[in-house]
Structures are given as C-alpha cells and as structure tokens.
Design a protein around this ligand. Structure first.
Ligand code: SF4
Length: 439
C-alpha cells in the first residue's frame, strides 16, 4: 500500500531539492571559470619548474637569474640535498622551490585528471600505472587507450576512454615518477573508508617525501586545489575566493558532457552511477539552456505558419481589426467569436454559446424569458407544434444566460483601509485604519 504522506510533505524532500539547487548554482558558478583555472594552473607549474631549474644552476649565495635580483640561492649547509632553497633579497624570507614546484605540478595533474575523467577523489588516488590499458576495436583493429577505474563507491569496475589530452597528462605523470630503472615506485596507501592499508602499488598520485615515496591523501588533494585556486584570484558573487572541491569537477564533467550532446545513459556508465537519476542530479540546469530551447520552439512554430503573418498590418487591416470589436456588441451582452469569423448562428444570440451576457441587461433577458414562456403557452394553445420546439430551445438558452449571470461573482470594490505611521514613545509604530463602518 503506498504511503499516504507524499514526498513533498516530508522535510527530507525539501532538503534534497534545496541541496540540488545549491549544487546546481555551484556548478553554474564554476563551469565558466574552468578555462581560467586550467590555463593558470598550467602556467604556474611551468613557471615553478623554470624557477627551480634556474635556482639549481646557481651557486649558493648568488642571485638567481631572470628574477630581477629578487631571489638569491640560499646557503643552507644542513638542508637535505634534494631540496633547493632561495631567499627573497628584500625581506629575507626563505622559500623551498622544490616544494613549490612539486605542489604546482600535482595541482595541475589532479585538476587535469579530475576534469577530463569526472572520477571521484578516492578513484583518483587509486589510479596506478596498471590502470592505463589498451583495447583493440574488433571492427577496425584500431588500438584505443583505456583507463581502468578500480571499484569504489558502487563496487563496480569501469573503463574510460583516454582522450589525447588525458593521455598527455598521464604520460607527463608517468615520466615524472619513473625512477632511473624506469619503474614507478611501489607505494602502500591507506583506504580511509575501508580503514585498511592497501598493498604496495605503482600509484600515479604519489610524491617524494624525504627518503621515501608516499601516496597522496584526500586532504592533500583538497589543499592542492585550495592553493591553485588562490593563485588564480578567482572570486565568487560575494567577492570571496572561489573554491573547488574534487567533486565539483565531477559535476562539471557531467554537465558539460550532456550539454555537448552526450546521451545521459552513456554519461551514467562513464560516471559509474547505479541510476540515471543520480547522473541527472549532477547535471546543472542553465537558464540559458531553457531560454534557448524556448526560442527554438518559437522558431519551429513560426516556421510552421505562413511567413506573411509576420509583418506590419496595413491601415485597412488595422481598421478591420478594430471594427471587429465594435461589431461584437449585441443587445444582451458581448459576442466572443474569433476575429475574422462570421456569425454562424444567424444572430440568434440568446441560443448561442459564444454570447457573454452583460449583467446590466439582466432585466432585458428576464423580459425575453417571460415573453418566450408566454409564446410557448400560446403556441401550445393554438396547436403550433413546430413553433413550440424552436421556442423551447430559445427559452433554454435565455435561462442558461440568466444562470450564467447568477454564477458570476459580484466584483464590488473592497476598501482595505490605509496603513499610517505614528510615533509612539519616540518609536515608529505602524497602525492599520480599518474602513469606516467596519468593526
Ligand atoms: S449568434 Fe453568437 S456568434 Fe452570432 S452574433 Fe450572436 S453571439 Fe455572436
């Protein structure tokens, strides 16, 4: 038996709708600025790599070239050998350029992989060198690269097609991680959801910390995104710094894919959703999309009508249009027939359904009804059977028009009174004056 309480009556349903509206607004705010984020992140990692190279080629204590004398290679005899330190010449502040370059690179890598695949944060952190695989198309024999996504939230594995852009990013990550023996270091990662340590794997998102490699954590990815966004200077509608969570890229991926023609059921498979409703929940509805669809509908409807209807009317046509409304006034009301159509009831208005009776003509209608009743009685007395039938139809019409007038509510003017402002004890108080005569 269905539950008598509808979804709309449950607070949870309202919360779900409000959350969807908030998420849609988040996606609408972030999708247009995604190109800025991508280009800024790419420029930032290239600039950090150039600066690190320049500092590494500088003797300790000397000014770093191409920095206009603002940076000097720091003398840090106790620092770890793989770290490059510089200091700002005007403030003396020390900067770890190795760390800055690493942070800029991994922010770029995380943003690119998240936006090009739409995968979840935990799926990103479980990508390994073995995830990149290939498939030979049976029809053409062409080999296409695929990315294998390990089972996570829905516990099902899936394969994504690797676009040329994504292939570039993955190969940059693999080249960076490869040790001199051309192998990717094996790293054990901690699964925060399952609360278990995974066996060592050649993870793609790992970094060199001191003397060992460690897997990135979800928190570390969030921090990378926060710092990358801060570098762009992008702000939201309130003027606060814009933030992206890893899941924002997933929503943007779905919205962008569906808006560019990818069928929702394919987007569902790509995202690994159990239900298409989840996929459509990720897709933000744009007012522009609605407007475009409505305009296309109007254009289609116009195309179905003769084009000569869409022009400025001539003076004669305009006069005929106005004359039509003048001719609609009849003795007991207004005729509501369409413009350009003739009277099809031979002006027998009392019987006609197109007549809108005028309340001011009620007395005339009563006279007509009484007259018809008298004529029916006379016709029956005289034996004019044919006349009786026609008169009865007219009588039924007159009574119907009177009933219409009785059903119509009287539209009298209601006096709501005027609110007035009074000063009470030095404070402004509002007072409502009811209409005179009311209690
Ligand atoms: S009969 Fe009907 S259509 Fe004809 S003028 Fe009267 S109300 Fe209009």
């Amino acid at each position: 038996m269905p539950c008598p309480i509808s979804d709309d009556e449950i607070q949870k349903a309202k919360d779900r709708k409000h959350r969807k509206a908030r998420m849609d607004q988040r996606t609408r705010e972030r999708l247009p600025v995604l190109p800025v984020l991508i280009s800024t992140t790419d420029r930032r990692r290239r600039a950090a790599a150039d600066l690190l190279r320049a500092a590494q080629g500088t003797e300790p204590g000397a000014l770093v070239p191409s920095t206009d004398g603002s940076l000097r290679r720091a003398v840090v005899p106790k620092a770890a050998g793989h770290l490059t330190w510089v200091e700002e010449t005007n403030s003396g502040r020390r900067r770890n350029l190795s760390y800055e370059e690493e942070e800029a690179f991994w922010a770029f890598a995380a943003i690119e992989v998240l936006r090009l695949t739409g995968i979840r944060n935990e799926e990103l952190l479980e990508l390994t060198h073995h995830s990149v695989t290939e498939y030979r198309l049976p029809s053409t024999g062409e080999v296409v690269p695929l990315l294998q996504i390990a089972p996570s939230k829905t516990d099902t594995e899936r394969l994504l097609l690797v676009s040329p852009e994504l292939a570039d990013v993955l190969s940059t990550i693999i080249c960076r991680l490869r040790a001199p023996n051309r192998e990717i270091p094996l790293v054990a990662s901690y699964d925060v959801r399952e609360k278990v340590w995974n066996p060592p794997m050649p993870l793609l998102f790992q970094r060199d910390i001191g003397t060992e490699h460690r897997a990135f954590t979800p928190t570390a990815i969030r921090k990378l995104l926060i710092n990358a966004l801060a570098a762009t200077g992008l702000t939201n509608a309130d003027g606060d710094l814009l933030t992206f969570s890893p899941h924002d890229f997933r929503r943007i991926f779905v919205t962008d894919a569906i808006m560019n023609g990818l069928p929702p059921h394919i987007a569902q498979v790509i995202c690994g959703h159990g239900s298409i409703d989840t996929t459509m929940g990720y897709k933000a509805v744009y007012p522009a999309e609605t407007i475009e669809a409505h305009r296309a509908f109007i254009a289609r409807r116009r195309a179905a009508r003769p084009s000569e209807e869409y022009r400025t009317p001539t003076d004669e046509e305009w006069d005929a249009f106005l004359a039509h409304f003048e001719k609609r006034k009849v003795s007991i009301g207004t005729c509501a027939r369409a413009f350009g159509t003739p009277c099809i009831h031979e002006h027998a208005c009392v019987r006609c359904s197109l007549l809108r009776p005028d309340p001011a003509q009620r007395a005339r209608l009563v006279d007509i009804r009484d007259n018809l009743t008298a004529r029916i009685a006379e016709a029956e007395r005289e034996g004019w059977r044919g006349e009786v039938e026609g008169l009865r139809v007219s009588l039924a019409g007159a009574e119907e028009k009177l009933a219409q007038l009785n059903r119509r509510p009287s539209l009298g003017v209601v006096d709501l009174g005027m609110p007035a402002a009074n000063l009470v004890g030095g404070h402004l108080a509002s007072e409502h004056h009811p209409p005179k005569g009311s209690s």
